[in-house]
Design a protein around this ligand. Structure first.
Ligand code: NAD
Length: 254
């Protein structure tokens, strides 16, 4: 019950890491407003949660500033305040870098970059007593990857934002950290499906060689959710402005 009565918003709650985070927060006693652009999956992901905390769903496209402000106002009214934002929502698509389609560029930056700035700003306005914001970066924002530079650039922007804003908002007692995950989720399954047989074999070989803890991507419930609880809770009260890989040791951040 590490998060007993904490009031928390989780974005990207319909599947993958976001859904796992909601389950962990409810199990730790929190009151959770779960948000996603996909209403059907978002509602379904909350079915069967049995406390001791609780969760309700609000549809929210994080790339739409007006929708974010409205959804956050409604969530905070129902929660009675806001202690934590776990901003998990994000999107991925490979793109050939010599001719990036405008639609791909706009979509990746709108959801990943604007979405971070909109949700973090809305959370700030509802955290007069301080709080914890957990953003989602990526190893792709720190390293070089073929056909993945646009996504990587969008996540590098999340890293820079998180580090800079942590210095500013720390004065108000608001902590910002970014998790850099390596987890099996629907996004990762789609990532694999987009690779050729040759590239997939190379990816699996590199994963086996480069992840010292087990040689494969992690499980969001067992390998990441406890970290999400820690970052939301008071135990991490002196940690801010950090990029935290939860990736079995794949990368070390400086
Ligand atoms: N899975 C990994 O290994 C990995 C690696 C690096 C970074 N990440 C990052 O972790 C986060 C979670 O990834 P995941 O693997 O769980 O992804 P996922 O695709 O499985 O789930 C993402 C969720 O975000 C929601 N979403 C997408 N666009 C949205 C929008 N505009 N507004 C609100 N919700 C929206 C989707 O509907 C979905 O429910 C993302 O930010 C992703 O970039 C994941």
């Amino acid at each position: 019950m590490e998060l007993r009565n904490k009031k928390i918003i989780v974005t990207g709650s319909a599947q993958g890491i976001g859904a796992s985070t909601v389950r962990a927060y409810v199990a730790a006693g929190a009151q959770v407003a779960a948000m996603d652009v996909d209403t059907d999956k978002g509602e379904a992901a909350l079915a069967g949660l049995d406390g001791p905390g609780s969760a309700f769903f609000i549809r929210c496209n994080v790339g739409d500033r007006a929708e974010v402000d409205t959804a956050f106002d409604a969530a905070v009214k129902r929660l009675g305040g806001l202690d934590v934002l776990a901003h998990v929502a994000g999107v991925h698509r490979h793109a050939a870098t010599h001719d990036v389609p405008d639609e791909t560029l706009a979509w990746l930056f709108n959801v990943n970059v604007n979405g971070t700035i909109y949700t973090n700003g809305a959370a700030y306005r509802h955290m007069p007593q301080g709080g914890s914001i957990i953003n989602f970066g990526s190893e792709s924002g720190l390293t070089a990857e073929i056909n993945n530079a646009v996504y990587g650039a969008s996540k590098a922007a999340v890293h820079a934002w998180t580090r800079s804003v942590a210095r500013e908002w720390g004065k108000q007692g608001i902590r910002l950290n970014a998790v850099l995950p390596y987890m099996v989720t629907p996004m990762y399954e789609r990532f694999r499906e987009a690779l050729s047989d040759e590239d997939l074999a190379a990816h699996d070989k590199a994963t086996a060689e480069q992840i010292p803890l087990g040689g494969k991507f992690g499980n969001a419930d067992t390998d990441l959710a406890p970290v999400m609880v820690f970052l939301a809770g008071d135990g991490s009260r002196f940690i801010t402005g950090q990029l935290l890989p939860v990736d079995g040791g794949l990368i070390s951040v400086r």
